[in-house]
Design a protein around this ligand. Structure first.
Ligand code: SF4
Length: 320
């Protein structure tokens, strides 16, 4: 596929030929790699409905947050090479299982393969909405490839601070890239619902980080100014410290000033709710406060999630 020959699929703009063995920041080649596919019931209610969300997790990442909750995929490279045909058939199997949508998680580094696979799946009868669930680090090329096929966007908006972005992701370009991408997503996909389910639109997710409330406040202020009534906000408090030995020795100023080893405190939770009031944000989803527990999935097992949260359909960890 042409886009892998001189890869600029994200704003890392590595320019490497992934088809001939060169690797860029994401460390991925040109054969699609997938880690897990199944029915997920833990997404926002407008996405889950009675059937659940048909979720496919890809290997690799263009951002690699050092606190990544899916570090096994983004940093450790768990996953298996599959053909475009297998990817298309996974989408159709999920649809046959009764899911409400196809939910593609962190696939920016695989856009050419995903576009081809989705096109084949649609030609073969895929009719349910397709969700693009990402870090929001998509450039214009990526979005122009995706737009004909994506119904609902689910981007993160992690920070608007270029210095913080450099510390967390090794690039200061995240805020400018993500805000531009989200505005384009909102422009091209105004919200549309069928019964209680979102079948078109944008849900912007923000994960609150312990000790960084000012970061959250700036994100909410921007959301209020640019996206209120045009997109839905989903505020997440599920930050979970990584297990001992997994947390990378990130060279970030933040690591010395923030207690990355703890979850969000109840006082922080209520402060963030006050921000919602301050900026007049009333539509959306806010996770309830719960003391931190281990919510990290384990993709080394087919049952990567607790049984009440997900049902596996395919896993890289299964034999055969
Ligand atoms: S997708 Fe990977 S190789 Fe391509 S520009 Fe982004 S990080 Fe670099």
């Amino acid at each position: 596929m042409d886009q892998y020959h001189r890869c600029v699929l994200c704003n890392r703009s590595c320019g490497v030929n992934r088809s001939e063995g060169s690797r860029g920041f994401c460390e991925e080649g040109s054969t699609l790699r997938v880690a897990w596919a199944g029915i997920h019931r833990g997404e926002e209610p407008v996405l889950c409905g009675p059937g659940g969300s048909g979720t496919i997790f890809f290997t690799g990442c263009t951002l690699k947050c050092f606190f990544c909750q899916n570090y096994q995929l983004s940093r450790d490279g768990m996953g298996r090479e599959i053909t475009i045909e297998t990817f298309a058939s996974l989408c159709l199997r999920l649809q046959d299982a009764g899911v409400e949508n196809i939910n593609l998680v962190t696939g920016t580094q695989w856009i050419p393969s995903i576009v081809e696979g989705l096109s084949r799946a649609k030609d073969s009868g895929l009719r349910i909405p397709v969700l693009w669930n990402s870090s929001g680090f998509e450039n214009d090329l990526a979005l122009s490839l995706l737009e004909p096929l994506i119904d609902v966007y689910l981007p993160d908006l992690k920070t608007l601070d270029a210095d913080f972005s450099k510390e967390l992701f090794g690039t200061p370009r995240y805020p400018e890239t993500a805000t531009k991408a989200i505005l384009r997503m909102v422009e091209t996909r105004p919200p549309r619902f069928e019964e209680d389910r979102m079948v078109q639109g944008v849900i912007v997710r923000h994960l609150v980080l312990p000790g960084f409330l000012e970061n959250t406040r700036e994100v909410l202020k921007w959301f209020s100014r640019h996206l209120r009534y045009r997109a839905i906000l989903s505020l997440m408090f599920q930050y979970t410290p990584l297990p001992a030995g997994v947390f990378p020795q990130a060279k970030v100023r933040a690591s010395s000033s923030v207690e990355w080893g703890r979850g969000i405190s109840e006082a922080e939770y209520h402060s963030v709710l006050d921000y919602l009031e301050e900026f007049g944000i009333r539509d959306g989803f806010v996770q309830e406060y719960a003391p931190v527990e281990n919510l990290l999935p384990d993709f080394s097992r087919p049952d990567a999630f607790p049984k009440n949260l997900a049902t596996p359909l395919w896993s890289w960890a299964e034999s055969g």
